[in-house]
Design a protein around this ligand. Structure first.
Ligand SMILES: *Cc1c(COP(=O)(O)O)cnc(C)c1O
Length: 427
């Protein structure tokens, strides 16, 4: 499957049934697994043998879907989590402890911003936010002696900034730390961060990967490229014995290809339990089977709607990275030439009030705290997802108060345009 192209991996990756086995991934809805001897199970607890014993740590259905996402990203190991937030938290917390520091692009999802700026700060892990379009010098100056990771979003939700992955990877690697990239919006169908130097990829699978608004979930994929042992003093959790696992050294036992994900599973899943249900993993897999087909349609609809809005007199500005001539377009041509995502943001003349009148006048497009669904939806971030931020923080995150975020689904473009057109005429 490694050589197969992306669409084939979407359909058939991860799970390969043997003779007479179910064609579709079986839902192993079991919390636990039976063994003939205590000794056999003990070997699993000691990480000396691989196998299943308790679904908080690992489950065959969940693992099969993680393996598909691993193939899609071109990684060496992957795990699913109960949500995208859990994925971002584990991805960072797996290599950071109290007193450590991370550098993050300021253009990140509101929940992730809050996780870094508030919740992880309470755990003693500090963050320096940098604008995604900052100079290499500004980026360099953000590092501290205890910086352990750099974080960014390939296409920021909802600012729609495109990350210059190579610039962020070069800075991270110059300081001996990995680049973690949240690749939720373009998905591996449209962007492959590992090809540009990212070391770890996270996803909110809740979005396009699921694609049908069915199951909240997340994923973490390791490229296997980052050499923890070269910076062993920074990453004692990976390079020195884990006393909670009888002294296992993850990099020695599992190699660069497996150390990071094994530690996150064995330690963090064990202790934090942010595991997805087998049923949710099954729904996610149904979505993945058509991801490559759906992404194309989401992008076509978004481009058609962006063009319509751009020409409309009631609209003050339109941002869609896939729009030729957009500020992001040069980065789009480099990192995601085949498409970006189905999300368009725009400002309505008349500000906040006009934005809510417009949204309430829409008939097909629903007001939802969601994006990347088969059904088109819209949201006003300043009064909902980003309401914890003040105006300066909103501006730094690229989410002005008049921004309406519109997620184009899989409907026919002419119907979506007609809906927007009638709503705009009511202003
Ligand atoms: C939605 C989202 C998240 C959070 O994911 P959940 O599945 O809602 O927990 C993280 N990053 C990005 C880019 C997102 O769009």
């Amino acid at each position: 499957m490694e050589k197969a192209s992306i669409g084939t991996k979407c359909v058939q990756g991860g799970y390969r049934p043997g003779n007479g086995q179910p064609r579709q991934i079986p839902i192993i809805q079991s919390t636990t697994f039976k063994y003939d001897t205590g000794d056999a199970m003990g070997k699993l607890f000691d990480l000396e043998a691989s196998g299943y014993f308790y679904s908080r740590l690992q489950n065959p259905t969940v693992d099969a879907v993680a393996a598909k996402i691993c193939e899609l990203e071109g990684g060496t190991a992957a795990m699913l989590t109960s949500s995208g937030m859990a994925a971002n938290f584990l991805a960072v917390f797996n290599i950071c402890s109290c007193g450590d520091h991370i550098v993050s692009s300021s253009a990140v999802y509101g929940g992730t911003y809050n996780l870094f700026a508030v919740t992880m700060k309470r755990m003693g892990i500090s963050v320096t936010f940098v604008p995604p379009d900052c100079s290499p010098e500004t980026l360099d100056a953000a590092f501290q002696p205890r910086t352990k990771a750099v974080f960014g979003e390939t296409i920021a939700n909802p600012a729609l900034h495109v990350l210059d992955i190579e610039k962020f990877a070069a800075a991270a690697h110059a300081h001996g730390v990995p680049l973690i990239v949240d690749n939720t919006f373009p998905t591996p169908v449209n962007c492959q961060p590992f090809a540009w130097g990212a070391d770890i990829v996270t996803h909110s699978t809740t979005k396009y990967m699921d694609g049908h608004g069915s199951a909240v979930g997340g994923a973490i994929v390791d490229s296997g490229h980052f050499d923890w042992t070269q910076h062993a003093e920074k990453y004692p959790g990976l390079c020195t014995p884990d006393e909670s696992y009888h002294g296992v050294v993850y990099t020695e036992r599992f190699g660069l290809e497996g150390a990071y994900i094994t530690k996150a599973t064995a330690q963090l899943m064990r202790d934090l339990g942010v595991t997805p249900s087998p049923m949710s993993a099954y729904f996610l897999n149904l979505g993945l089977e058509s991801l490559h087909v759906r992404m194309r349609r989401h992008c076509e609809n978004a481009l058609a709607v962006a063009r319509f809005l751009q020409g409309h007199e009631q609209i003050s500005w339109v941002q869609y990275p896939g729009l030729p001539g957009s500020q992001e377009y040069p980065l789009v041509q480099k990192y995601m030439p085949n498409g970006t995502c189905g999300v368009v943001s725009f400002g309505v003349k008349g500000g906040r009030e006009a934005a809510s009148t417009l949204m309430e006048s829409l008939k097909l497009i629903a007001i939802e705290t969601h994006v990347a669904d088969a059904r088109s939806c819209c949201l006003h971030p300043a009064t909902t997802t980003h309401r914890q931020m003040n105006d300066e923080e909103l501006a730094a995150a690229g989410v002005p108060a008049d921004l309406v975020r519109l997620s184009l689904g899989l409907e026919d473009a002419q119907d979506l345009i007609a809906d927007l057109s009638q709503a705009l005429s009511s202003l």
